[in-house]
Design a protein around this ligand. Structure first.
Ligand SMILES: *Cc1c(COP(=O)(O)O)cnc(C)c1O
Ligand SMILES: [Zn+2]
Length: 432
């Protein structure tokens, strides 16, 4: 099998004690079969996706809470719950996380929310998207496995996050994107000095290409953060769940609205919330998880509404390019979670995305990228449709920075007036 050649050329995890902290194995999400922690991502028995399994700290939630609160101001405060070594905070990393949870009362007023509304603003990460979280965990695994080149297939944000993390940690990087992304994302992916390759095709073509490269000698020794390191990568999204609960005073939100690209983030937020309940760090109460997509790439939303368990691939056509994955790997798991928790999956069109970006900006002073327009727009729609309860505590994710997707709002946003530098000219403009 293709994965084997990579594995045999790198260090075995067993030779690095403590490299994965509380993680004990990889387990198949379909059949439950367990494997040694290694650079593998598919089950040998059934080809199902693998995920990290833990023996989490038990018995002393108070002690763990104090230890977390006294930890670093980054995702590394949650090291006891992640597949990373205990001293991870001392290793070179961008130290992402602990982004603001913003109480959004003015937005709540506009949306008719009477309960608490919060924006988890992940644009505050080092490369201005939530991807720094997932990459940080994958880099630790890459180090342990002896990979020297970091790579990924990306819709844009991931390429920048990998480029930057590789620069900080001293890896070579070579990342792959669809060739027609927003300028902000292309420049950010290139500026850190690694190789950036634009592929003539959409994200699903890029991803297919990377799967081929992994099996080829040309990709030997390469850690693809979202392919052969995907089980580790995914775990980074748990930190969003941890932070939200800690920032709410160790309390679960009632409802959380999450954007869906591959669906990984949404499934791992659910995993993180379940872990906090199991450990006893938060009270065991029901919560609902809602998924948000752009209408122009809404395979999961379409399946949810049709009551299907399978997700039919789509050809993406939307301004929300960071979410434009037409064949989302975690789609079926997202459907399970939305249904199990009593949530839903909804989509909004490009115009609604732009309106929502502007709504969030003018009510809360947060400039979101298109993915944030998707979550805020979907939240509005879910309230209007009676699917999201406006009287409860709701957290809406903004996963990226509006400066990366200026094109989305530029055509309808600009100066109120252009005047001569005179008071008369200003008065004529009618702005006084
Ligand atoms: C990658 C990304 C997501 C979600 O990705 P998943 O593949 O679903 O985990 C959300 N928002 C932004 C801005 C992203 O770049
Ligand atoms: Zn399996």
């Amino acid at each position: 099998m293709a994965v084997q050649s990579v594995e045999s050329s790198t260090t075995s995890s067993a030779s690095v004690p403590g490299a994965f902290g509380p993680a004990v194995a990889l387990s198949c999400r379909e059949c439950g079969e367990r494997f040694e922690l290694g650079p593998i991502f598919a089950c040998e028995a059934c080809f199902g996706p693998l995920e990290v399994a833990y023996e989490l700290p038990a018995g002393d939630p108070e002690g763990l809470r104090r230890r977390i609160e006294a930890g670093p101001n980054s995702i590394w405060r949650y090291a006891p719950l992640l597949p990373v070594p205990a001293d991870v905070a001392e290793l070179p990393s961008l130290d992402p996380g602990l982004t603001q949870l913003v109480r959004a009362d003015r937005l709540a007023g506009e949306l008719g929310v009477t309960g608490e509304l919060h924006i988890k603003d992940d644009s505050g990460n080092p490369t201005h998207s939530f991807k720094d979280r997932v990459v940080a965990i994958a880099v630790q695994a890459a180090r342990t496995f002896g990979f020297t080149t970091l790579s990924c297939s990306s819709t844009g944000n991931l390429a920048g996050a990998v480029g930057a993390a590789a620069a900080r940690a001293g890896f070579r990087s070579c990342v792959f994107i669809p060739h027609d992304l927003e300028a902000g994302k292309v420049v950010m992916a290139a500026v850190y000095g690694g190789d950036l390759v634009g592929i003539e095709g959409n994200y699903d073509d890029v991803n297919r290409f990377c799967s081929e490269l992994i099996g080829d000698p040309a990709g030997e020794g390469w850690g693809f953060v979202n392919v052969n390191l995907r089980p580790y990568y995914g775990e980074g999204s748990k930190t969003l769940a941890y932070e939200i609960c800690e920032q709410l005073g160790w309390r679960l939100p009632d409802q959380i609205v999450v954007p869906i690209a591959s669906g990984s983030q949404l499934t791992k937020i659910d995993k993180g919330l379940k872990e906090l309940i199991a450990i006893g760090l938060v009270e065991d109460r029901p919560y609902k998880i809602f998924g948000a997509q752009a209408e122009g790439c809404s395979p999961v939303s379409a399946a949810f509404k049709a009551g299907h368990d399978v997700v039919r691939p789509q050809k993406p056509r939307t301004i929300a390019k960071s979410l434009a994955i037409g064949n989302p790997a975690d789609g079926p798991y997202v459907l399970d979670i939305a249904r199990r928790t009593g949530g839903a999956v909804e989509d909004v069109n490009d115009e609604q995305i732009v309106d929502a970006i502007k709504l969030l900006a003018r009510t809360e002073g947060i400039f979101a990228e298109t993915a944030g327009g998707v979550t805020v727009g979907v939240t509005k729609k879910l309230i209007e449709d009676g699917l999201l309860d406006p009287s409860l505590t709701t957290v809406v994710l903004n996963t990226g920075d509006g400066l990366k997707t200026l094109d989305a709002v530029a055509p309808t946003t600009g100066p109120s007036a252009i005047i001569r530098p005179t008071l008369d000219s200003f008065r004529e403009a009618g702005l006084a």
